[in-house]
Design a protein around this ligand. Structure first.
Ligand code: CNA
Length: 280
């Protein structure tokens, strides 16, 4: 390479081509799908990463299979394992990652059409993504109800239960249901809004998929709804789904934070991004 060249040879041409698309105004309806890998940098382990992921650490709880801990049928008769890990999973006082800040920057620039998150940590909102741009496909930890009679359960008592690890039970007389955070467990329906928003995915002129193994339906099908020829960009530690198989796909393998920094460099947004993140 020519050391005097003004071209930054460190920027991967695929990343530069995505950045150019955005800079040229060809991508103004960006749809994003995020998963647990965008938040591991904030200190919340994902499910499926070997060793660090939650599923590799559940052996002492004697579950029939790892996903049982988040399966509504299992929870209905054995809620104890969920509460045994709840304290460690509960997102509290965590700082969003720079990847969350990148999403907030897309929104600030009017380029974020919509964000589907599979995460329940709320960090995208903490980073400044407006809530009307986010669909929490798997619900959130901010509220809780009895899984049986759906009665609301007070926040302060839930906090106590999470901190102590004791299962909280419904306060309604005659009901003995365990209380469950309003997180979508396996076997439960997604928010009704999901199907509405899913219909808008083909309108995307660019899709970013960050930090997800694309193993959980129905979010896993969202990248397949993007129109052929529309670029799909995966930023993840590993390949996921079929991203990379279509013309126009770009896979930026590595951490989400490294990936968004590279993109921000290619876009000339790096300082703005770091500033937004510092203020989050
Ligand atoms: P997953 O199946 O655990 O996959 C995570 C993916 O992220 C894997 O492909 C990892 O290789 C990748 N990954 C991990 N760390 C990084 C990183 N720093 N940078 C880039 N990639 C990374 O999780 P999914 O989200 O795909 O599965 C959906 C589940 C996980 C949803 O139901 C979530 O509610 C649930 N979950 C959410 C959280 C959270 O809210 N932060 C945490 C753990 C699990």
């Amino acid at each position: 390479t020519n050391p005097t060249s003004s071209i930054d040879t460190n920027i991967n041409p695929d990343i530069q081509s995505i950045a150019n698309r955005i800079k040229n105004g060809e991508a103004t309806r960006i749809v994003v799908l995020t998963g647990a890998g965008i938040s591991t940098g904030a200190g919340i382990p994902d499910f499926r990463s070997p060793i660090t992921g939650l599923y590799d650490r559940l052996a002492p709880l004697g579950l029939p299979y790892p996903e049982a801990i988040f399966h509504i049928n299992y929870f209905s008769h054995t809620p104890e394992p969920f509460y045994a890990i709840a304290r460690a999973r509960h997102p509290r006082n965590l700082k969003p990652t720079i990847s969350h800040a990148f999403l907030a920057l897309l929104a600030k620039k009017g380029l974020l059409h919509f964000l589907f998150t599979q995460n329940i940590d709320g960090l995208e909102q903490d980073a400044g993504v407006p809530s009307d741009k986010v669909l929490w496909a798997h619900g959130n930890w901010k509220s809780q109800h009895c899984y049986k009679c759906s009665a609301h359960y007070p926040d302060h008592l839930m906090k106590k239960a999470i901190m102590s690890g004791d299962v909280p039970y419904c306060l309604q007389s005659g009901c003995d249901g365990a209380v469950k955070p309003d997180v979508v467990f396996f076997g439960q329906s997604l928010p009704a809004e999901f199907e509405e928003k899913e219909k808008e995915v083909p309108d995307a002129d660019l899709m970013f998929v960050l930090g997800t193994s694309l193993k959980v339906a129905p979010c896993s099908r969202l990248p397949g709804l993007v129109k052929g020829g529309t670029p799909r960009v995966l930023i993840n530690m590993e390949k996921a789904g079929d991203i990379g198989n279509r013309g126009g796909d770009v896979c930026i393998l590595g951490t989400c934070d490294e990936g968004v920094r590279k993109l921000a460099d290619a876009l000339g947004w790096r300082d703005e991004l770091e500033g937004l993140w510092a203020d989050a």
